[in-house]
Design a protein around this ligand. Structure first.
Ligand code: AMP
Length: 172
């Protein structure tokens, strides 16, 4: 894990002043780091019978796809409004300024699925909490939540449901 940590790039004042952005492109471009990420993420869920990994646009698509591939599961995108072509379910949530909406295809998850929701970074948790509600409406057997990085000081776990058994590879 120290190797992954050494590849994460801190970008100060991005996307706005006061934010230290955890940039994972420097992890993903490193072949060894990418391999470790795939292996370590999948080890968390090997014995859980996962059938679908849901990745959150857009950085959650990368780790989410790798995790799905490693587990032999399917991949489902959660996207910003207007991007998914077929019939969708929508959830809105409060951001620092105003509201945001995310969508998922209505036929993406069934009641027989066991799901992992994945994003790269847990910050305030608002986006993931909304994604959880969206997937919950499709009534799968179980929903887990996973991140590569958790920013502990922001306490995003507090807004996520305890039954989702939240995991992260790296905590700051
Ligand atoms: P959240 O505040 O948890 O709803 O985060 C919103 C989105 O922005 C998530 O996709 C996070 O991955 C991303 N994000 C928020 N803060 C950071 C940060 N400091 N570094 C990298 N990504 C971040």
């Amino acid at each position: 894990m120290e190797y992954i940590k050494s590849r994460v790039r801190d970008v100060v004042d991005f996307p706005k002043k006061g934010i230290v952005f955890k940039d994972l492109t420097t992890v993903f471009k490193d072949a060894r780091a990418l391999h470790i990420i795939g292996w370590d993420l999948s080890q968390l869920y090997r014995d859980k019978g996962i059938t679908k990994v849901v990745g959150i646009e857009s950085r959650g698509f990368i780790g989410g796809s790798i995790l799905a591939f490693e587990l032999g599961a399917g991949f489902v995108p959660v996207r910003k409004p207007g991007k998914l072509p077929a019939d969708t379910l929508k959830a809105s949530y409060d951001k620092e300024y105003g509201k945001d909406t995310i969508e998922i295809h209505r036929d993406a998850i069934t009641e027989n699925d066991i799901v992992v929701l994945h994003d790269d970074v847990l910050a305030t948790g608002g986006t993931m909490a909304a994604a959880y509600e969206l997937v919950k409406r499709m009534n799968p057997k179980k929903i887990y939540i996973n991140f590569i990085i958790e920013l502990s000081a922001l306490n995003g776990r507090a807004v996520l449901p305890a039954e989702a058994e939240v995991t992260s590879l790296i905590k700051y």
